[in-house]
Design a protein around this ligand. Structure first.
Ligand code: ATR
Length: 280
């Protein structure tokens, strides 16, 4: 293998130490026979522009972008893909010929791919209920609307943020549910997606009563630390189908990998056990 075949990619964030992305991308590089490396790089907000220049100079194939840079990165890129533009956030940058930088967002695709591979027959007749209105909620809403979910309800503690998402990307197919009325929306929902930080290690639990949920409701938690949140344990104990957050991470990564290297990769058992071990 010549030196020019050596591929480098990275994830940038601030802080970044906890990232599972290096483990995941190195697994795939090995699997498809790419000689290369994937590094987690801490980039302070004031160094973001300089990092993009450095990434071109050292010949990265591309990099992932995480908190707090997903929106701040936009002005430093040459081109933004339509979905990322709609989202106002980029999680994947490809560096092409002559250092041309393109920004993509694979978070929504990641969420929906994981949903579809985990529960093929979730109900599309009833609306989805998204809890939260941060970047992950926006990705979830766009992902679900781009797929075949006809209506999406969104509920957030700070109602204005939910309204902003519904207005900006809802295409008339999103309604806002008051945070205090979130329990009432449970009975109507075919899919419930938690995108808040509630249930994550060190955070409070999400307070939601699932007793009114229909039997075929799917409960999806994008939190993956812990993998089995109280929300999922509660849903499971009621016989509801559950989807954990690890797959969203993996599938957004797989979509990024495809953008950089043109290879299809997925969520195989070996990868799941490596990630689960890293989460312990
Ligand atoms: P991300 O961009 O990763 O989705 P974020 O923007 O920090 O993360 O969003 C966190 C979400 O968790 C928000 O919807 C937040 O609600 P607010 O918009 O009202 O802040 C929600 N959240 C955090 N703590 C919460 C709490 N104690 N109760 C209810 N919602 C909470």
């Amino acid at each position: 293998m010549s030196i020019s075949d050596y591929k480098k990619a990275a994830v940038i964030g601030f802080p970044i130490a906890q990232s599972l992305s290096p483990l995941m991308h190195k697994h795939w590089m090995q699997q498809v026979g790419i000689d290369g490396d994937y590094e987690a790089i801490e980039v302070a907000p004031e160094h973001l522009g300089a990092f993009v220049e450095e990434a071109k100079r050292i010949g990265l194939s591309g990099f992932n972008v995480t908190v707090p840079h997903k929106t701040a990165i936009l002005p430093f890129l040459d081109k933004i893909a339509p979905l990322a533009k709609q989202m106002g956030a980029v999680n994947t940058v490809k560096i092409g010929e002559n250092g041309f930088t393109s920004g993509f967002n694979t978070d929504g695709i990641g969420l929906v791919t994981h949903l579809k591979t985990s529960v093929a027959d979730y109900s599309v007749d009833r609306p989805a209920l998204i809890l939260g209105a941060g970047g992950a909620a926006r990705a979830a809403a766009l992902g679900l609307l781009t797929e075949h979910i006809p209506m999406v309800m969104i509920s957030n503690r700070t109602r204005e943020k939910a309204e902003a998402i519904a207005n900006e990307i809802g295409r008339g197919r999103m309604t806002v549910v008051d945070w205090n009325a979130r329990m009432d929306a449970v009975a109507a929902a075919g899919l419930i997606v938690n995108t808040t930080v509630l249930g994550m290690s060190g955070q409070n639990q999400l307070d939601i009563d699932l007793s009114a949920a229909a039997n075929d409701t799917v409960v999806y938690d994008i939190v993956y630390k812990p993998l089995e949140t109280e929300l999922l344990a509660n849903a499971r104990s009621r016989g509801l189908r559950v989807v954990d957050g690890l797959g969203m991470l993996v599938h957004q990564g797989a979509a990024a990998f495809k953008i950089w290297f043109g290879k299809d990769v997925g969520f195989d058992a070996a990868l799941r056990s490596k990630l689960e071990a890293a989460l312990l």
